[in-house]
Ligand binder design. Structure first.
Ligand SMILES: Cc1cc2nc3c(=O)[nH]c(=O)nc-3n(C[C@H](O)[C@H](O)[C@H](O)COP(=O)(O)OP(=O)(O)OC[C@H]3O[C@@H](n4cnc5c(N)ncnc54)[C@H](O)[C@@H]3O)c2cc1C
Length: 404
């Protein structure tokens, strides 16, 4: 019996000098866009990444998927994405280890509970499964939690969102890469885009460390670095890049089978299938391209996690890491064409929330490229919203607020 397939997940091919579409960035968003382009019959596509496959935010994410957002634009969008993730393992023929453990968003103050109640009602009105639960139910769902009765910031209530879960991020990247490769598109790692060529206002291709490549459509899917790529066509994105840190502990026996997030305590906690406890929070407060991890962030996260789970007190941290997040002013993504530069599309502003959105974002970006028409699901996220004052404010639904 053959236990391991010798089939390559994707192949190295020579870089051609012309494609219909060039996607800069082979993270989950670039891959998803290429995957759905093939469904429209567009396969003369190159994904170019200056690093290794999924080496950006997609390899550093804590991969929580959920759709309990706040706005009428964001909630259905993330809900569609979660729905696609639910069957993506079967579709790709690759186990993505999606564990739909559910999620608790904790409220420790009256105003936080008011916000959670509002989000819960909005979710339910839009068909998303969320309920407001009290301390007794919270304790049932997460027996190890300290309800903090009589302490500062006691747990008063939580928004319970059962369809939420955690997926294996590298499996998603590899599964998509295999499907993209089989579909006919090419993945070129260690291929850095150094400039974007134009003729008048039309994009004509990219300049790379391996030479020039022609393309009528160039997609910027570079997340933390998207501003540097947009600058190649003189576009200033309303985005700042911030580091986001997380760590895992040594593996423990299973004690927690729901993910828990607290905006008041600036922390989220869940246990992986391997037993490790993943602990993360909000972005570092300063913009930088550094991906170095810091001791103050580890200390803050550990302190906040212990505020919820004192039982973790003597547990060792196994590893800590950092990724870059492309933060927008309204905590929503930017997708679609950029006025004034024909053929240049962006799918960025994915901040701390982008992994969960990749299936639907790729699907709709591919539809836009194939049909030339902006799909209604992503129209609210166009870059013009900033000039037009149509912000899609998802800040309240962002994970675990800024750390400091
Ligand atoms: C610690 C952490 C935890 C997170 N947790 C969650 C979570 O729980 N749930 C969630 O939904 N999201 C989460 N996120 C956010 C999520 O990981 C990102 O939004 C998502 O992975 C972005 O994917 P992407 O494909 O757009 O970009 P990336 O995966 O960052 O890929 C961009 C690629 O562009 C390449 N690139 C950059 N410049 C160039 C160039 N000039 N030429 C060629 N290639 C270039 C890079 O090498 C990189 O591989 C988290 C992020 C971090 C850092």
């Amino acid at each position: 019996m053959q236990l391991f397939s010798k089939r390559k997940m994707w192949h190295k091919r020579p870089l051609k000098d012309s494609y219909d579409v060039v996607i800069i960035g082979a993270g989950v968003h670039g891959l998803s866009t290429a995957y759905y382009l093939a469904k429209h019959g567009i396969t003369n596509v190159a994904l170019l990444d200056r690093g290794y496959l999924g080496g950006g935010g997609s390899g550093r994410t804590t991969a929580i998927l959920r759709s309990n957002y706040l706005t009428p634009q964001g909630t259905p969008f993330f809900s569609e994405s979660l729905g696609i993730y639910e069957t993506l393992s079967q579709e790709l023929g690759f186990n993505l280890l999606f564990n739909q453990m559910g999620r608790l968003d904790l409220g420790h103050t009256e105003s936080a509970v008011f916000g959670l109640r509002m989000r819960t009602e909005f979710n339910r009105a839009l068909g998303v499964d969320s309920t407001l639960v009290g301390p007794e139910q919270i304790k049932k769902l997460a027996p190890a939690i300290d309800l903090r009765a009589g302490k500062d910031l006691p747990i008063l209530a939580a928004m319970h969102h059962p369809p939420s879960g955690v997926i294996r991020h590298d499996a998603v990247v590899w599964g998509l890469a295999r499907a993209v490769d089989e579909g006919g598109a090419e993945i070129h790692t260690r291929t850095e885009v150094l400039g974007i060529n134009r003729s008048g206002d039309q994009v004509t291709g990219v300049r790379t460390n391996l030479g020039d490549v022609r393309a009528g459509v160039v997609v910027n899917a570079t997340a933390g670095w998207c501003s540097t790529v947009a600058a190649m066509v003189d576009v200033l994105l309303p985005i700042t890049t911030h580091p986001l840190q997380a760590f895992v502990t040594e593996p423990l026996k299973p004690f927690l089978d729901v993910s828990v997030s607290s905006a008041n305590l600036h922390v989220y906690v869940y246990q992986t299938d391997r037993g490790e406890v993943v602990i993360g929070g909000g972005v570092d407060p300063y913009p930088t391209y550094s991906q170095g991890s810091t001791l103050p962030a580890a200390e803050e996260l550990a302190k906040h996690a212990l505020g919820l789970f004192p039982c973790l007190r003597d547990v060792n941290i196994l590893r800590q890491w950092t990724g870059l997040c492309d933060m927008t002013p309204d905590y929503s993504p930017i997708m679609g064409e950029v006025p004034g530069v024909r053929g240049f599309l962006v799918t960025c502003g994915w901040g701390t929330w982008g992994f969960k959105a990749a299936p639907v974002a790729g699907k709709r970006m591919a539809e836009l490229i194939a049909t030339g028409k902006m799909p209604e699901q992503i129209a609210p996220f166009s870059i013009t919203r900033f000039a037009e004052g149509r912000l899609v404010n998802e800040r309240a639904a962002a994970p675990a607020g800024a750390i400091h």
